[in-house]
Write a protein that binds this ligand. Structure first.
Ligand code: SAM
Length: 342
């Protein structure tokens, strides 16, 4: 049994005062100070005895302490804001070197080199003893989870080690979309992208009042375990394109959004062919489509792309942009100014 606990330390509140760690609004920092909640988040990650954990955005270290107290072998933290380094150094000493920290951006950090190679498991095995835990700002956690979904499909980054589990916080509404079932109001692009690759569990919600400063919304803790067999076996970018197009018109019949996959001159015919190949009723709404429907739509679209390799590069947004520019060449100047090409 691992009886290791951190020695008595200043509280997180005292650490914040000591190092003058006022939360920065522009970095959307909201700190969790209640150790009952930080312990609860860490318990939802599962049994961490002897585990190798990566915590994203440790900040003043509330969750970090709870992870260190759960018997991990090693904790790697990735933090963007240098102001937290002295506090993390203190935790490093108190944990006898179990905590390692990287000053960097989790969106570009390469986790496939972070842990010993011997931890690697076959994809079909039980998940490896590698975990990701984090309470990130909402504007980072959503793009990050999309990036990690792509890494799951490629078995790269954190998923080089196998089916690495993740326990992360999201805005309540985003968590509801990720776990939404067919026909529910929250069913969206994110529901399909999460559920075709992972077993997704909404663990519990935390009132915004528990954070310092208080965010405008409540927060939810979500646990992800990558599936052995993705429910759609097609390249990530293809699935993303089909799902995004279909949900473009979420209240209309699904053929409207689906048709955006095809150039105007072939739109009607190829939309009909896709629906027929996939055996999907054109009057279903995007929210009424199951993952199996999406799987069949992706397979049908793939079949058409294999016949005409140029089809996949068709992008209706780009076409729309070109049309707008033709109608109003002044927009070219505006665009050049925005993108900094003049
Ligand atoms: N984990 C702490 C807690 O629960 O009290 C802090 C949470 S605060 C919402 C988010 C933390 O993530 C901040 O410390 C912030 O500096 C850090 N952060 C924000 N963007 C990041 C990024 N791209 N990479 C790494 N850390 C980031």
């Amino acid at each position: 049994m691992n009886l290791y606990r951190l020695p008595p330390l200043p509280t997180i509140k005292e650490i914040i005062k000591l190092y003058n760690l006022r939360a920065q609004k522009q970095l959307s920092q909201n700190f969790l100070l209640d150790s009952r909640l930080t312990d609860k988040i860490v318990r939802k990650a599962g049994n961490l005895k002897g585990a190798y954990v990566c915590e994203v955005g440790p900040g003043p270290g509330g969750i970090t302490r709870a992870i260190l107290n759960s018997g991990v072998e090693e904790l790697l933290v990735v933090e963007k804001d240098t102001r937290f380094i002295p506090g993390l150094k203190m935790l490093n000493e108190a944990s006898f070197g179990k905590l390692k920290f990287v000053h960097g951006d989790i969106l570009t950090y390469r986790m496939d080199r972070s842990f010993p190679k011997h931890l690697r498991k076959e994809w079909e095995d039980d998940p490896p003893n590698v975990h990701i835990i984090g309470n990130l700002p909402f504007n980072v956690s959503t793009p990050l989870i999309i990036k990690w979904f792509e890494s799951i499909s490629e078995r790269t980054g954190p998923f080089y080690y196998g089916r690495t589990q993740m326990t992360l916080t999201f805005q309540q509404e985003v968590a509801e979309r990720m776990t939404a079932s067919v026909s529910s109001k929250q069913r969206s692009r994110l529901s399909i992208m999460s559920q075709y690759l992972c077993d997704v569990k909404h663990c519990f919600s935390i009132s915004g009042r528990a954070f310092l400063p208080k965010p405008k919304v409540d927060v939810a803790v979500v646990h992800f375990t990558p599936l052995i067999q993705p429910k759609i076996e097609q390249p990530f970018k293809l699935v993303e394109k089909v799902v995004q197009s279909v949900f473009q018109y979420r209240r209309k019949h699904c053929h409207h959004g689906l048709s955006l996959l095809f150039p105007e001159d072939q739109r009607k015919e190829l939309t009909r062919t896709t629906l027929m190949l996939a055996n999907v009723e054109q009057t279903l709404r995007p929210t009424e489509l199951t993952i199996k429907h999406f799987r069949d739509l992706c397979c049908a679209y793939r079949e058409l792309c294999d016949k005409d390799p140029e089809l996949f590069s068709y992008n209706f947004r780009e076409e729309l942009r070109q049309k707008k520019l033709k109608m109003n060449p002044e927009l070219i100047k505006e665009e050049e100014i925005i993108t900094g090409t003049v």
